[in-house]
Design a protein around this ligand. Structure first.
Ligand code: ZN
Length: 310
C-alpha cells in the first residue's frame, strides 16, 4: 500500500485533478470545463498517466450536479438534465473510471468538501455534519453517521423553501422556485436585490437582512432535521464576507424559538462555523472521497503504517 489517492473535482467553470497522500496534495492540474468530450477526455488522459506513475489505490470524483449517484439508478454516474450546455447525460463516472482501473467513489462537489472539513478541517472528529457553500448557488453536503448522505439522488438543501420576512416582495432568482434559499441568499440573489455584487455590498446595507434571515431559516431547519453536530459555511460569499456569519448566527436562536435546549449564543457560535480549508476543501475532498471506495480494513492498515513511520 503506497497511500496514494487520485481525485477529480469537476466544477462548472474549471476542473481540478489531484494526486495526493493523506492531506498532502502532490500534484494538481487545472483544466477548463468546456464540453464533456474535451474536459473529461483531458482529465482521463491525466488519470491514465498518474495511474502509470503513482499507482494510486483509489479515485474520488466530486462533481457539480445534478448527477445520478445511486448505484441502483439506471443512469448511475451520468449527469442528470442540467442547464449547463452539452452536459446532460454525460457519462462522468464511465469515462473517468475507465482511465484509472481502481476502486472509485463518486459524489457531489459539496459532499466532498464536507468530507474534507470533517476529516481535516472545521468539523474534525464529528460524525454528523453539514457543509454549506454560499456562492453562485447554495449547495449542501451532508455527512450522517460518518457517511456521506446520498439517498435517491443527493441532498439539494440549497433549495429549501424558507419563510420570508414580512413585507419582503423580492421575487428571488431561482429558476425553479423563485424565493427558495438559493433564490434569496446566493450571490446572484444578493446582486439582483441590491443592484451590486455581494463582494462590494457594504456591511451595513439593508439587503443583508433578508439574506441573513433566509440563511438562519435554512440552518435552523438543518438543526431540526439532521441534529448536526456542526454546520460548516464556505463558498465565495460565505467565506468572502466575514460579517455574514455573525449576523446569521444572531438570528438562529430566534428561529428556533427556544425549542432546542442548551443552544445559547456560545453554543450556536461553536456549532455554525466557517470552513477551515478554504479553496482546498474541494480538491482535498476528492482524496477523502477516494478513501470511501476502499474497505475499512485497508484504511486501518494504511493508518497503522502511517503511525509507525512517525
Ligand atoms: Zn430553488
Amino acid at each position: 500500500m503506497n497511500g496514494f489517492r487520485a481525485g477529480v473535482e469537476l466544477g462548472g467553470t474549471k476542473t481540478i485533478a489531484v494526486i495526493g497522500r493523506g492531506q498532502e496534495i502532490v500534484e494538481r492540474i487545472t483544466f477548463p470545463t468546456t464540453t464533456p468530450e474535451a474536459t473529461l477526455g483531458a482529465v482521463a488522459g491525466q488519470l491514465a498517466a498518474w495511474h502509470a506513475t503513482f499507482r494510486p489505490e483509489a479515485l474520488g470524483i466530486a462533481s457539480f450536479g445534478p448527477i445520478a449517484l445511486n448505484a441502483r439508478h439506471g443512469a448511475h454516474g451520468h449527469m442528470l438534465p442540467t442547464p449547463k450546455a452539452g452536459w446532460s447525460g454525460a457519462d462522468v463516472l464511465g469515462i473517468l473510471s475507465a482511465a484509472m482501473p481502481v476502486p472509485v467513489a463518486l459524489h457531489t462537489d459539496v459532499t466532498a468538501a464536507a468530507l474534507a472539513e470533517q476529516r481535516w478541517g472545521a468539523a474534525r472528529g464529528l460524525s454528523d455534519i453539514a457543509y454549506i457553500t454560499i456562492g453562485t448557488g447554495i449547495g449542501m453536503g451532508v455527512i450522517a453517521g460518518g457517511q456521506p448522505v446520498t439517498g435517491r439522488m443527493h441532498p439539494e438543501a440549497g433549495h429549501l423553501r424558507v419563510r420570508r420576512l414580512p413585507g419582503d416582495r423580492f421575487a428571488g432568482v431561482c429558476s425553479f422556485h423563485g424565493d427558495c434559499l438559493e433564490g434569496l441568499a446566493s450571490g446572484p440573489a444578493i446582486a439582483a436585490r441590491a443592484g451590486m455584487t455581494a463582494d462590494l455590498l457594504p456591511e451595513d446595507h439593508p439587503a443583508w437582512l433578508p439574506v441573513t434571515d433566509a440563511l438562519a431559516e435554512g440552518i435552523a431547519t438543518l438543526m431540526l432535521t439532521l441534529s448536526c453536530e456542526r454546520i460548516v459555511i464556505g463558498g465565495g460569499v460565505g467565506l468572502g464576507r466575514p460579517h455574514l456569519l455573525p449576523l446569521v448566527r444572531g438570528r438562529i436562536a430566534g428561529k428556533l424559538g427556544g425549542y432546542l435546549p442548551s443552544l445559547g449564543e456560545a453554543e450556536i457560535a461553536a456549532l455554525v462555523v466557517p470552513a477551515a480549508l478554504g479553496g482546498d476543501a474541494g480538491p482535498l475532498g476528492t482524496l477523502a472521497l477516494a478513501d470511501t471506495a476502499l474497505p475499512a480494513r485497508v484504511l486501518a492498515c494504511a493508518e497503522a503504517e502511517r503511525q509507525a513511520v512517525r
